[in-house]
Design a protein around this ligand. Sequence first.
Ligand code: G1P
Length: 286
Amino acid sequence: MKLKKAVFPAAGFGTRFLPATKAIPKEMLPLVDKPLIQYAVEEAHHSGLKEIIIVTGMGKTAIEDHFDTSFELEILLKERGKHETLKMIENISDLVHFAYTRQKKPLGLGHAIHITKNLINNEPFAVFLGDDVIDAKVPVMRQMSRVFEKLHSTVLAVQKVPKTQTHLYGIIKGRKVAPRIYKVEDLVEKPKANAPSNLAIIGRYALTPGIFEAIEETKPGKGGEIQLTDALRILLKKEDIYAYEFEGTRYDAGEKLGFLKANVAFGLKHREIKDEFRAFLKNLRI
Ligand code: G1P
């Protein structure tokens, strides 16, 4: 049981970033100099996943163009001798294979994943939510696939969050069975009160194909959508599910403050600008 395929749900409207996302997909907003979605795509690649399936929707063609070859741009860069820039744009689209499918109605994360059923073809697979950008020494999905290969069961990425934030996440109830690993006993999507723990699901999942049948049995939940967390609850009746507390720093780039924090953190690491940017921040009188 090895993970080879990765699903990227990217059909949402990005309402939290309006008006910036009126004509540009949220996934294409730049974190320093790369679109948000590219961070997770590179994580997938560095985790050994070579087949990327992006679930898009209306107005998302910029994502496809981004991961396609831009022949004219490549010729221009070659002519101008900009070899380093050329390498940067060539790299990712050559290293992995992309497939696109569309979610025609915004019926939820579970629904978006179910659309890939035929492309996944009864294999285990990974899901990446691109809003969660994770800076880690070992790519988080690589950490997770190690756990997945040992346990042969669904693995969810989790992180401890303050009690005041549990209503923003899928929350698990789990029993610790090894360092960083919990056996999931229950899970609930965005509990308003009485969260079963402070272990929040973060947007990385290693799933068995059993999830598809579970999604088919899932009724609309929070916000009238087919929630992945609810489908996992159904799957739990048939299969073991584990949660893995990953090593790394996660930014919620799906909301303004988290997005800004991620820009600052990645800016401070960027080889071209890090020194000047650090000096700039130090000089701010705030
Ligand atoms: C989704 C999931 C939620 C999870 C979160 C992680 O929610 O439904 O269970 O905790 O991603 O980022 P969203 O933030 O897309 O509303």
